[in-house]
Design a binder for this molecule. Structure first.
Ligand SMILES: Cc1cc2nc3c(=O)[nH]c(=O)nc-3n(C[C@H](O)[C@H](O)[C@H](O)COP(=O)(O)O)c2cc1C
Length: 356
């Protein structure tokens, strides 16, 4: 496995000048030291996609893979961690959703297996969850949706933050990556901050590093890695998709909240609008109560990501994707994707140095 890593390094070093590589290494040193990797590039956890093969491929290529626990039971998570370890001796992390009913048991699984880094997603973590993770010795990474919350998380003992803009794939907040970066990076210096959302090329990585980021997290760009087990039809939709096709779900009626999720438009997107219209009309006519209507809307996408990623149902499944999907042009081995990103980051740094 180490051979794969050094091959990538050689590939990147061959293409970029030693000066640019040294500058890049200096810029993301906090990130690489925190993660224990060659590159401060995290593969953001993606439910159904970030399993043993994709995660180990990212780590073997010099980045930091993160397993997506999603709705897994503790025993399944244990199995997946062990299986990933069998494929890489490099560091990787585990992403847990705070709303999971068995969160404590999942943390215990990570602690028992000496998982080095745990990412808590899906809302602000409770003090109990933070405590449990810290007692196990893992480094804790959390998402900060605003500066005040970033500061609060740091005070609570979180070891690093991810700031993720609305350009990202999957569940999204309302603020763009560039604005979050300006809001948070100058003011949070105590812990490494990783920037995510809409990053598909190395120039953007270098740009955020120059603004003070410790590294970047990418999801969409890694979906079409050769090692990714996503269904060929899912990958094809990504290769065809443009930035403008990756839209956040729309809420039609203020009475029925919709959690914003960014995904490629398909027949399911159209159907979701029709269901919302239908529910609103039924509630208006007194044929359905409000709670039943909300439930119907919330259940619409249940199982839809799995249908798309695993079964290849690209018509009615959920094609969660970020706006950087337009930068995904082909299926590529992970080592090549990583080398491209490093190469582009170095090219940007060379150009910037010439100008100054
Ligand atoms: C298909 C898909 C599934 C995702 N699932 C999760 C998840 O389970 N947990 C999580 O924290 N983030 C999830 N994300 C967000 C990614 O971890 C990552 O932060 C995001 O993709 C970064 O933005 P980008 O897509 O623009 O690169 C998902 C993203 C995608 C595209």
């Amino acid at each position: 496995m180490a051979a794969v890593d050094s091959d990538v390094a050689v590939m990147a070093d061959d293409r970029a000048g030693a000066g640019a590589r040294a500058r890049l290494d200096a810029l993301w040193r906090t990130g690489t030291e925190f993660l224990g990797t060659r590159y401060a590039i995290l593969g953001g956890a993606m439910t159904w996609l970030s399993e043993r093969h994709l995660v180990s491929a990212i780590s073997n290529a010099g980045g930091f893979g993160v397993l997506a626990c999603g709705g897994m039971e503790p025993e399944r998570l244990a199995e997946e961690i062990d299986a990933t370890r069998a494929l890489t001796d490099r560091p990787f992390g585990v992403n847990l959703i705070t709303l999971h009913p068995q969160l404590d048991a999942l943390i215990d699984v990570c602690n028992a297996r000496d998982v080095s880094h745990i990412v808590l997603a899906g809302g602000l973590p409770s003090g109990g969850a933070i405590e449990r993770i810290k007692q196990g010795g893992a480094k804790l990474i959390c998402f900060a949706p605003a500066l005040a919350l970033a500061k609060k998380l740091v005070r609570s003992g979180v070891d690093a933050l991810v700031i993720e803009g609305t350009e990202a794939g999957g569940h999204v907040g309302p603020v763009s990556t560039s604005v979050l970066a300006q809001e948070i990076l100058p003011h949070v210096r105590d812990v490494p901050v990783f920037v995510a959302g809409g990053i598909g090329r190395g120039e953007a990585i270098a740009g955020y590093l120059e603004m003070g980021a410790a590294g970047c997290q990418l999801g969409t760009r890694f979906v079409c890695a050769t090692e990714s087990t996503a269904h060929p039809a899912f990958k094809k939709a990504f290769i065809r998709g443009s930035a403008r096709d990756a839209v956040a779900s729309v809420q039609l009626d203020p009475r029925f909240p919709v959690i914003p999720v960014r995904a490629l438009k398909n027949a399911g997107t159209e159907r979701f609008m029709a269901v919302q219209r239908d529910v609103a009309a039924k509630v208006e006519a007194g044929e359905m109560d409000q709670a039943a209507g909300q439930l119907e809307i919330e259940h619409f996408w249940a199982g839809a990501l799995r249908r798309a990623v695993v079964d290849g149902d690209v018509e009615t499944g959920s094609l969660m994707a970020g706006q950087s999907v337009g930068l995904v042009k082909a299926e590529q081995p992970m080592a090549e994707i990583m080398a491209d990103l490093v190469d582009q980051a170095c090219a940007h740094l060379v150009q910037a140095a010439n100008l100054s």
